[in-house]
Ligand binder design. Sequence first.
Ligand code: GDP
Length: 444
Amino acid sequence: MAQDTIFAVSTPPGVGGVAVIRISGSDSDTTLAAMTDVPLPEVRRASVRRLIDPQSGETLDHPLVLRFSDGESFTGEPVVELHLHGGRAVVASVLEVLGQVKGLRLAEPGEFTRRAFDNGRLDLSQVEGLADLIAAETASQQRAALHQYSGVIGERCRAWSARLTRGLALLEATIDFADEEIPVETWEIATNEIVGVRDAIRADLNSAHPAERMRDGWRVAILGAPNAGKSTLMNALARRDVAIVSDIPGTTRDSIEVHLDLGGYPVTLIDTAGIRESDDTVERIGIERAGRMAEEADLRIAVAAPDAPLTGDVKLLLRDGDPCLWNKVDLGPAPDASMMSISAQTGNGLDAVIARLRKTIDNVQPPADALLLHQRHRAAMSEALRALDVYADLASDDPERIQAVPEVAAQIVREAWEALGRITGERGIDRLLDVIFSEFCLGK
Ligand code: GDP
C-alpha cells in the first residue's frame, strides 16, 4: 500500500532567514508541479521558483526548490524541499496550502527518520546517532554522535550476523543430512565462525566506551563542609571560561546541577551544598545523599576553607586524583601544599581549577576512534555473547556431545543472531521503535 505523502517544517520554529519545508512521498513532485508555473527543476539542482496557491493563483513566496528522487533522498522516497523566506506568514500560508492537497498530511514527530529507517537508508543504531547529533551541545558530543551516525556499529553487527548465518547454515546442513556421512570439517568450520564471532564481540565489549558518558556528560560533585564556599565556587565556575548550557533541576530539591561546556566536554557540576540541614536526622540523610552523589560522580572536588576545614566525611568520599581546593585564600593560606589555593569570591586560582578538570577529563576521554556503545547495544551484545559462550563451552568441552544435538547448537546460535539483529533494528524491535522515534521532534 502506498504511504501518504507527508510534509513538515524542518527548521526550528520562529522567524529566520530561511525556513525549510520538507515533503516526502510519491505525491511530492505533483504537489510541487501544481504550486509552480514552469516545469519542475532537475533533481538535486537548486532552482528558484515562484510558489503559488493553486486554488487562487496567488504568489506565496519565491523559494529555492530542491528535488530528490527516491533512493537518493534522506527518507528513500521522492522528496521536495522548499527553502522559503523564514517569515511566519510565509510558512503558515504554504503549510495551509499543502494541508489542502489531497493525499498530503502533516508528518508526525520523527516520521521522516522513521521512513528513512523503514526504507533501509539508516539502521537503528544510526537513527540513535542522528537523535544524539541533533541533541549534541558540545564538540565531544557532536563527535560521538557522528561516529554513531556513520554506521560503524551496524556494520560490525551485520558482519557478525553474516558469519553466524554461515555457521548456522552448516549446522542446519548436519541436521538436514543427518542420515548421511557429515564431513568432520563441517562442524569445525561452523565452530570456527561461531567462536570467532564470540571472541570479536567479547573484545569489543571490553574495549568499548559508554556512549552515554559522551551524551550525558561527566558528572563532577562539589563536596565540603557547610560554608566552605561550594555554591560560590559553582557559580564562579559557571560564569567563568565555561558556558552554561542549561540549568537542570536537581534530582532532589536540595541539590543543584549545572550543565557546562568545559573546553568542548559536557560537564555536569553537582552542588551538594544544600543537602545539609541543622536537624540531626535530616543532616544524616543529607550526608548519605551527598555520599551517593559523590560516589556516582566521575570526579569529586573537595572544598575547604579556614572556617570550614576538610571533614572526615568528605575525606572518605575522595578518590585518587580528586582535587582538593583551599578556598578563601584571601582569608589565610592553605595548610597543605597539595591543595589548590583559590578564592571563589575573587576568582583567584579558578583558571587552574578549570585546567585541572579539563586535563582529568582529557585523560579519561576515549580516543577519537574508540568504539562507543549505548546501553541498549551493550545489553544486546552481552546477550549474544552469553549464548555464544554456551556454544563455545560445549564445543570445546565435549565436541561429540554437541554434535549429537545439532538442533540445540543451532538454537543457541540463533539466539545470538537475533540479539545482534536488534541492534540494527532488523529483528524483534517493534515496541522499541516507538520509544526511539518518539524522541524526535516534528520535521526530523
Ligand atoms: P557552601 O555552604 O559551601 O555552599 O558555601 P557558600 O558558597 O554559601 O559560602 C559560604 C560563605 O563563604 C559565604 O558567605 C560566601 O560569601 C563566603 N565565601 C565564599 N567564597 C569565599 C572566598 O573566596 N573568600 C571569602 N572571604 N569568602 C568566601
